[in-house]
Design a protein around this ligand. Sequence first.
Ligand code: DNO
Ligand code: MN
Length: 354
Amino acid sequence: MEMGFRWYGRGNDSVSLADIRQIPGTSQIVWALHHKQAGERWEKKEIEEEVNYIQSYGFKTDVVESVNIHEDIKLGLPSRDGYIDAYIETIRHLGEAGVKVICYNFMPVFDWIRTDLAREMEDGSTALFYEKDLVNDVTPEQLVERVLQNPDFTMPGWEPERLAHIQQVIKQYEEVTEDDLFNNLQYFLERVIPVCKEHEITLGVHPDDPPWSVFNLPRIVSTHEQLRRIVSLVDSKYNGLTLCSGALGALPENDLPAMIHEFKDNIAFAHVRNVYRYPNGDFIETSHREQDGSVPITDIIKAYHDIGYTGCIRPDHGRHLWNESCRPGYGLYDRALGIMYMLGIWDEREKRRI
Ligand code: DNO
Ligand code: MN
């Protein structure tokens, strides 16, 4: 296993590589060219520049999160072929730069959704919060307005350009069923996986966050059964999963340790995060410590250890502590604490094996 940390790039993140270097046991920077729009090709030169900069701090750059999928690919429109061509070129360019894993998601319109980016907890820290009823009661525009009240940063998946035509994009999905979305994912994978194989890059689809339908949009990466169907769409180890314990963990039926064992040959990348599930379906992102939430974090780390996982694990989101001013969920402190918790469990397993 290699511990990783997501970083948004120079001038685009409150956390520096110099800070991250001081977190014990962290060797991978999970990166992306964040200025790129979905569907846009990533050029060789800009990839090289970013990779060289990150590596100059002694980090590895094996994992990219995310290369986003253009909406036309998810919708299955005729224009998808051009966007898939661009995606293929990006894969080739990333392969030439030594990248091994590309995380992506296949969520229509919205990437992740929360209703509150700074919900105060009892101890005075704040965390990302999801109120189920509120999402059922508001329009997508009202939600966007609420979430982006005081944006200090643009958030991936919530870019103003992307959200400007939200009603229109949602309308395009009116006739798209879950089966259509599976077919569109299959069409995409059938074209890109052979290229991934050539470059030994594994794609890892990130689960839907939250793992249920919102605004009546179809969602296909939410449950154990759906993950099974995804890995069977194209039978290849390069057709992989980004198992996110926080996204999947919002649904009580999702048994993460069981998934880790079943999909061991297809886990491209792992996000670890805890959530506390309220009985009414709301959830809040708590500390990584198992007792603080509803997700069995110790069993999850043990499961990764049991399968001999050699890929990258990163703490997903963290709370905002000690007045840190940072991107929602992406501060330094709580993610660093999360890393130490995970490494503690991992190291104890290692010691037992010897
Ligand atoms: C949520 C986060 C997401 C994730 C993207 C991947 O759990 O990990 O922001 O990065 O959905 O495409
Ligand atoms: Mn995640």
